[in-house]
Design a protein around this ligand. Sequence first.
Ligand code: MLT
Length: 332
Amino acid sequence: MKPMNSRFVKALFAAIAAIAVLTPAAPRAAYPDRPITMIVPFAAGGPTDVIARIVGESMSRTLGQQIVVENVAGAGGTTGITRASQAPPDGYTIMMGHMGTHGAAPAVYPNIKYDPVKDFEPIGLAAGTPILIVARKDFPAKDLKAFMAYAKQNGSKLNEAHAGVGSVSFTTCTLFNSLVGVKPTRVAYRGTGPALNDLVAGQVDYMCDQIVNLVPQIQAGTIKAYAVALPQRSPALPDVPTTKEAGMPEFQVSAWNAIFAPKGTPPDVTKKLNDALLKALKDPGTRKRILDLGGDLSNEAAQTPDGLRKFVEGEVVRWSKALKGAETAEAK
Ligand code: MLT
């Protein structure tokens, strides 16, 4: 066969290239065209999981595709968030982060594999989650003052449950313990969902946890609630005093849970996700489920991507100051 003349070959390639340029790229299928995975960095049944499933359900209706929760627990939530931060930025992997993973974690994990501000596209705040001090129902103290006196006497004999170094329960109880002046045995769980089961069973003595995990058990009387770390009582638990009323005005702290996507997720995708989140947070049924569990939906500024970015920047600074010098290494 006679060799092809080079000018013809060049013309052929030029024609192919021109056709390629002129042929518009296949439009990216309208997002979303398949289910979306939401990584929850703690065990199922805990506060972050509860918030993720409530807003995820409503967002699925708006997006027309299922949001499927995948629980990836470990290292106070940083295992799941690290994995999510490295997922393809295509909108099909998002995550529920919180005050621990995107606020306190850099202060307790010097070698953390992500930057809470730089490595994520913020979608929006899902809910504020006030903190309560709770104990097993037969704990030998009738109120917070008696608890503090007993704790000072019995220090390391006490077992405090938490969800891993850097988690909300660990971080807030680090502050609480230093204010009380107690060094308990700190028992790590993969989330405060399983920790609560052991508290109800009396296997551990106390914990600091997010209200949305606790309301049903407190209302059922299966655990004791000493105080809520807010300036005013929670409408979901009107009988539970504030820390100020209970004699510890200096312990004021509230947590939060928010949705993030990996860095580089396209703006039209993050907008769709934020629109679906805002619609969920305005939906009367969704709001009622969160408010009945004591969740706080008042911080509307942080429900926007820019607002959440600024909020996270402030939280990283706040916790690096608050935890400076605090004993954050796990006792056991
Ligand atoms: C959970 O969902 O288990 C919590 O958010 C854990 C924590 O940070 O205390």
